[in-house]
Design a protein around this ligand. Structure first.
Ligand code: ADP
Ligand code: MG
Length: 235
């Protein structure tokens, strides 16, 4: 029997499922500003990683996002670049709160914000346990744009500050980094305190190396009225 020509076309099941081949290959294609691209070049960062290619466009577009990728895959810049880019349009008050489970992670995240954000005078404050409360209170009063914090110490500052020098009422962007650990039971009281204080109108993103049931619960929760479901990237 004669074979018809189209039978040589690959069947759907044979088409390689590599999403990489279709991903934007440059920061410019992702919509990252030239100012930020130049800052990245000075760090010899020229090509986005996969999680960056997938998550930066929806975050720039204002969507919530759940990003799941293994350790070392560049998750920090996947949220830091959209935050820095959006911040330039809204420089008043604390714009972003980044929560992370440990002091060490908070300082690592802060370094990445600094190397990209210094060129455009982004001010960050690191608010973590085991360090001087007074010095941190001064930092919070120094009009930071981005606060990187462990949940417990952030709550301590909210409970003890009566001065009105700073508040979280203008936060537009909440990040739960290492969200699997943050959503584990030990952080629940602090997180619910923070969720009560934070404005409801904001973008929220979760980044994690492991998709735990508590993250799946967030992913599957019905969105608030008028809000899209979060964009989800599973590993
Ligand atoms: P994760 O949070 O996924 O564990 P990090 O965000 O800490 O990973 O990134 C790991 C390292 O990769 C950091 O040193 C960071 O500077 C570097 N990095 C991030 N994005 C890129 C990129 N696009 N190209 C090269 N290096 C990158
Ligand atoms: Mg990380």
């Amino acid at each position: 029997m004669m074979k018809v020509a189209h039978s040589r076309l690959p069947q759907r099941s044979e088409i390689p499922k590599s999403p990489k081949s279709r991903l934007p290959a440059t920061f410019s294609e992702l919509g990252v500003s030239s100012t930020i691209q130049n800052a990245l070049k000075t760090l010899s960062i020229h090509t986005p990683t996969e999680i960056q290619s997938v998550c930066i466009p929806p975050l720039l577009a204002g969507r919530d996002c759940i990003g799941n990728a293994k350790t070392g895959s560049g998750k920090t810049l996947a949220f830091a670049l959209p935050i820095i880019q959006k911040l330039s349009a809204d420089p008043y008050g604390i714009f972003a709160l980044v929560l992370t489970p440990t002091r060490e992670l908070a300082f690592q995240i802060s370094e990445q914000f600094a190397v990209v954000g210094n060129a455009i005078n982004v001010r960050t404050a690191v608010i973590v346990g085991g360090m001087d409360m007074m010095a941190q209170a001064l930092e919070l009063g120094n009009r930071p744009h981005i606060v990187i914090a462990t949940p417990g110490r952030m709550v301590d500052h909210l409970k003890s500050s009566g001065s009105g020098e700073w508040n979280l009422s203008r936060v537009k962007f909440l990040v739960l980094d290492e969200a699997d650990r943050l959503l584990s039971s030990s952080f629940v009281p602090e997180l619910s305190y923070l969720f009560d204080v934070l404005p409801k109108e904001r973008q929220t993103c979760l980044f994690t190396a492991t998709l735990t049931p508590s993250i799946e619960n967030v992913a599957n929760a019905p969105p608030r009225p008028g809000k899209q479901k979060p964009f989800i990237r599973r590993m």
